[in-house]
Design a protein around this ligand. Structure first.
Ligand SMILES: *Cc1c(COP(=O)(O)O)cnc(C)c1O
Length: 433
């Protein structure tokens, strides 16, 4: 490969152009999150195809990754349900007509009202802890017919290329002993349909994670059958399938991942007489992450101890860089082919020095007014937004397949920010000031 073609290959190409953004900002000012309908649909189709070998396969989109009803509705067209983690996510799902066993409720430290609501709309409760069996029983006055348990084997999750994550430090799930005991109790109490769930590594950029996790859970399923006499009906591989945030990373191949899970299924489950088990997934990041972008404008430049570019978005629009030091690729629109010969810190306006979308990033020379695309914000982007410094959350837009742009959430206004003061005298003064 020549240097030039390697550079080309390592390039991340935004799904909006400078011309498109210039047209959009006439109606919707920056900053905004925009989502690519075509990308979301093609990916949903690919997920469906990758697991088509499993009759009961179902993806439950992790709503927390991108809780926008318009996007959830698109995913639902592909038979995708909702993985909810809270009362409001359950309400959103139910309002979209997604309920019953189209809901997986994978929560932890769960409030009683959340369980009650989940039961009311018929969602599948995925228990995070053995003590929740009694907790749920008390709230509901009995247990639902179908229940799932979340497993945490402890230790580290290791693959051939090293340690992927550290389940032993994670607050989630039942231990191995608790899992056997849990199914025993559930069976005794009259539960008739059982599932198993585990989430052992996050943002894995390898086709080996799901197959390895599946192998481990399939072995557990065999043991559960032997030790407790419970035959699982579904095994939920949860989330953790990652995306290539960095241009030099190779994106996961969902077809290869599905094939890997199939091999483990045929090796472990079928010989054990468990060939009817349905495979469930709860992907969030993989479903929408690459198909969202934060578009922001350069509004200040500052030349002090470092070179700074100040943009009109800040960490309330995208928290991942500030929170985890996460890398998000940046494209300066209209300068896609320009040399990256300037080093910048790209900052937001919060009074926090970690409010930086990029640190020491090589980019083309940025001029005031340039539009920047911050890539891969379609999951855990808008969703993690908050209101620190009194900053308001941006709009969400959908780039339709026909090239039109649809507003799918308006930007917050000061009135939204002050709305929770509406029962106090000061409210009227703020509103009219
Ligand atoms: C966050 C989460 C997911 C989705 O994880 P991704 O890494 O975004 O795919 C799925 N299930 C549970 C229980 C989660 O907490």
């Amino acid at each position: 490969m020549t240097k030039r073609s390697r550079e080309q290959k390592m390039k991340k190409v935004p799904f909006v152009t400078k011309e498109k953004v210039e047209e959009i900002v006439k109606t919707y000012p920056t900053p905004f999150h925009i989502y690519d309908e075509k990308g979301i649909r093609e990916n949903a189709e690919a997920v469906k195809k990758a697991f088509a070998w499993n009759e009961g396969f179902k993806e439950y989109f992790a709503v927390k990754a991108c809780p926008n009803p318009f996007l959830i509705r698109i995913l639902h067209e592909y038979g995708i349900g909702c993985d909810c983690s809270s009362l409001t996510e359950l309400m959103l799902s139910n309002a979209l007509g997604i309920n019953g066993h189209d809901i997986m409720f994978s929560s932890n430290d769960t409030p009683a009202e959340d369980y009650a609501y989940c039961a009311k709309v018929g969602g599948i409760i995925n228990l995070d802890d053995i003590t929740h069996i009694e907790f749920v029983e008390k709230i509901l006055g009995g247990l639902p017919d179908t229940m799932s348990c979340r497993y945490n084997p402890g230790g580290v999750f290791q693959m051939s290329n090293g340690i992927m994550d550290n389940p032993g430090d994670a607050k989630y799930g039942f231990t191995t002993e608790q899992l056997f005991e849990g199914y025993r109790i559930l069976k005794e109490k009259g539960v008739r349909h059982f599932g198993l769930h585990a989430f052992l590594a996050s943002n894995t950029v390898t086709n080996e994670y799901y197959p390895k996790l599946a192998g481990q859970l399939f072995e557990m399923a065999v043991q559960i059958k032997e030790k407790v006499g419970v035959e699982l009906e579904f095994i939920n591989l949860s989330g953790g399938v990652g995306i290539a945030y960095k241009p030099e990373q190779t994106a996961n191949d969902i077809g290869a991942i599905g094939e890997g899970v199939r091999r483990a299924y045929e090796e472990v489950l079928i010989p054990a007489g468990l060939g009817g088990v349905a495979i469930y997934t709860e992907m969030g990041r993989f479903m929408t992450g690459p198909y969202g972008a934060l578009v922001t404008q350069a509004i200040h430049e500052k030349h002090t101890h470092k070179e700074y570019i100040g943009v009109d978005a800040c960490a309330v629009n995208l928290m991942r860089p500030a929170m985890y030091g996460a890398y998000h690729h940046i494209t300066v629109l209209g300068k896609e082919d320009a040399a990256c010969d300037h080093m910048y810190d790209v900052t937001g306006s919060l009074c926090e020095n970690n409010d930086k979308f990029a640190i020491d990033r090589m980019l083309p020379k940025i001029d005031m007014g340039d539009y920047l695309v911050i890539h891969d914000t379609g999951a855990h982007g808008y969703a993690m937004g908050y209101n620190y410094n009194g900053k308001l959350k941006s709009a969400e837009l959908l780039l339709r397949e026909d090239g039109s742009v649809q507003l799918i959430r308006r930007a917050e206004t000061p009135a939204d920010y002050f709305a929770t003061l509406d029962c106090f005298d000061i409210y009227e003064k703020i509103r009219t000031s």
